[in-house]
Design a protein around this ligand. Structure first.
Ligand SMILES: C[S@@+](CC[C@H](N)C(=O)[O-])C[C@H]1O[C@@H](n2cnc3c(N)ncnc32)[C@H](O)[C@@H]1O
Length: 321
């Protein structure tokens, strides 16, 4: 993409991101706005394949290689001076943010299923959402789960069935296009680079490190490949006597619409329970989709039935009807 119209489309995308990210990350908002006005950086981006030009990927790659740029001028200079390494990182990596705090949104659904549970998470990244039984929770201050280094705070409204205890999990199985390994320092550094600088950054990094340490002690079984292709292999790993639970969160917007429909159709036909926390409408019957599939809240669903609206990162659950 080298034409002016193409660069203007890229600039518009960066300007939109600047608006969307302003609350969570004033620094990323300012950097994205600077990129939108920087023809050299836009030219660098335009040379990348279509799926590799998004602000989250560029900014994570910059952070991974040399920290968060202080301002647009530093970003400009680093892109110019380090273009080859930056390009290689963007091509090699993907947006795979793994947020264990989503377990606070998933727990009320997981706890409603007769166990013991064999969790099969598709789009698992490093698998940090496969440890809901190993984290501690505070629902409006009410404690649930074991005390430990990961404490997930969640506010609620409506009749959230906050469980008295966490469910028993006997298998942690994941599928991802490119699973990350929390025992690999480079993969852990990439996961850390995906966290946005801003008011909740320190809390998120502490949680990520603590959850990664838990996962490293008892690593998940992660299969490489597409969620639909590898689902049978993943389910084949479920131990006898456990309830298979297909689980996914913040994944379906990445999946092309016809593959997404095929995945939903397949899961509906399997003898499994199905827990999703996705943008509205990504699971049919959970509302009107927002542009791009994300939106300001996610919908928690069990077996395709919407249960709650939740904060995308899991810190709030608003129970439906
Ligand atoms: C935003 S991350 C979410 C990770 C994790 N579920 C969480 O909530 O913390 C999305 C993950 O989905 C994976 N993914 C995207 N498309 C996929 C596909 N077709 N099959 C398997 N994994 C996929 C990506 O590689 C990435 O790790």
């Amino acid at each position: 993409m080298t034409d002016d119209a193409g660069q203007e489309r890229l600039a518009a995308g960066y300007r939109a991101f600047a608006g969307e990210s302003a609350g969570e990350s004033p620094r990323y908002s300012a950097l994205a706005a600077a990129v939108a006005g920087d023809r050299d950086v836009l030219a660098f981006l335009a040379d990348l394949p279509a799926g590799k030009r998004h602000p989250t990927l560029l900014l994570a790659a910059l952070r991974f290689l040399g920290g968060v740029p202080a301002d647009g001028a530093e970003l400009h200079d680093r892109v110019a001076a380090d273009a080859e390494r930056l390009r290689a990182t963007v091509l090699d990596r993907a947006t795979q943010t793994n947020e264990p705090a989503r377990c606070a949104a998933l727990l009320p659904a997981l706890a409603a299923i007769d166990g013991p549970l064999a969790l099969v998470e598709v789009g698992a990244s490093a698998g940090l959402c496969l440890y809901p039984d190993r984290y501690g929770y505070r629902y409006d201050g009410r404690p649930v789960g074991p005390p430990g280094p990961v404490l997930l705070r969640c506010t609620t409204s409506g009749a959230v069935p906050v469980p008295a205890a966490v469910p028993e999990v006997v298998a942690r199985i994941g599928v991802d296009l490119a699973p990350l390994d929390v025992t690999d320092p480079d993969d852990l550094a990439w996961l850390r680079a995906l966290v946005w600088p801003g008011p909740v950054e320190a809390e998120r990094l502490q949680r990520l490190d603590a959850a990664a340490a838990i996962a490293a002690q008892e690593p998940p079984q992660l299969l490489t490949g597409d969620l639909l292709d590898r689902l049978p292999d993943a389910l084949a790993l479920v131990p006898a006597g456990a309830t298979p639970v297909v689980l996914h969160t913040a994944v379906l917007p990445y999946v092309e619409a016809s593959r997404r429909a095929a995945f939903v159709e397949t899961v509906r036909g399997l003898p499994v329970r199905w827990v999703a926390q996705e943008g509205a409408g990504m699971v049919p019957g959970t509302g009107e989709p927002h542009p791009g599939g994300w939106g300001p809240y996610f919908v928690l669903s069990l077996d395709g039935r919407p249960l709650a609206h939740t904060a995308p990162h899991g810190g709030r659950v608003d129970w439906l009807g």
